[in-house]
Write a protein that binds this ligand. Structure first.
Ligand SMILES: N[C@@H](CCC(=O)N[C@@H](CS)C(=O)NCC(=O)O)C(=O)O
Length: 203
């Protein structure tokens, strides 16, 4: 398997999960501006949507969209317990979380990366994001992870919460989330993934 990634992007979530599961994989860095890949290919020939993450399987199939990739990986090693069994109620709860993180936090944060965003729009998007983060702070409460034990949803939420620093939003105002980020960051697979992304050569 090859994971096409950009450092600190949403592709960090499947990267973490590949390491948590101990699966064999190769990392291929993508330049999100030029769409050039470290293996010399034009990234759009792999994912015509032009964005990471993309997972190239050994049979030549390419899977995109973070929540789909995360679930695919977790189901390769169900014994690791990173996603409840397909068809179970707990799996539906996990999908509810993945969709919330994707649609409300990930997509909700995306406009804030745009330096051209007018200030009024920044405030509107920021207010909405703050409400969603407040909800997650309550949901997490005193639990270590979103679903009790560490799951693919935690790799995803950890990844998107990492962007708050870029927006100069202080996570300390949501104490449960602040503790959670530290807890997830301390996991060996997370540290290895973050280190590998930072150590990868620019394309
Ligand atoms: N719906 C996609 C969104 C992926 C996405 O937002 N990727 C960003 C990085 S976090 C990206 O590569 N953006 C570059 C671009 O859109 O050109 C998913 O959930 O995987």
């Amino acid at each position: 398997m090859k994971l096409y990634f950009a450092p600190n992007a949403c592709s960090l979530a499947p990267h973490i999960i590949l390491r948590e599961l101990g699966l064999p994989f190769e990392l291929v860095r993508v330049n999100n501006q030029s769409k050039r890949c470290a293996d010399g290919r034009d990234f759009r020939s792999i994912n015509p949507k032009g964005y990471v993450a993309a997972l190239l399987l050994d049979n030549g199939e390419v899977l995109t969209e973070g929540p789909a990739i995360l679930q695919y990986l977790a189901d390769l090693r169900p014994e690791a317990g990173l996603a409840p069994a397909n068809g179970s109620w707990e799996r539906s709860r996990l999908q509810e979380l993945l969709n919330f993180i994707s649609a409300e936090i990930h997509a909700g944060s995306a406009p804030l990366f745009n330096a051209e965003l007018p200030e009024a729009a920044r405030v509107i998007f920021g207010d909405k994001l703050f409400k969603r983060l407040g909800y997650l702070n309550e949901l997490l409460g005193s639990n270590d992870y979103l679903q009790g034990a560490f799951s693919i949803a935690d790799a995803y939420l950890f990844t998107v919460l990492g962007w708050l620093l870029v927006f100069a939003i202080d996570i300390a105002q949501w104490p449960a989330l602040a503790g959670y980020v530290e807890r997830v960051a301390a996991r060996p697979a997370v540290q290895a993934a973050v280190h590998a992304e930072h150590a990868s050569a620019p394309v």
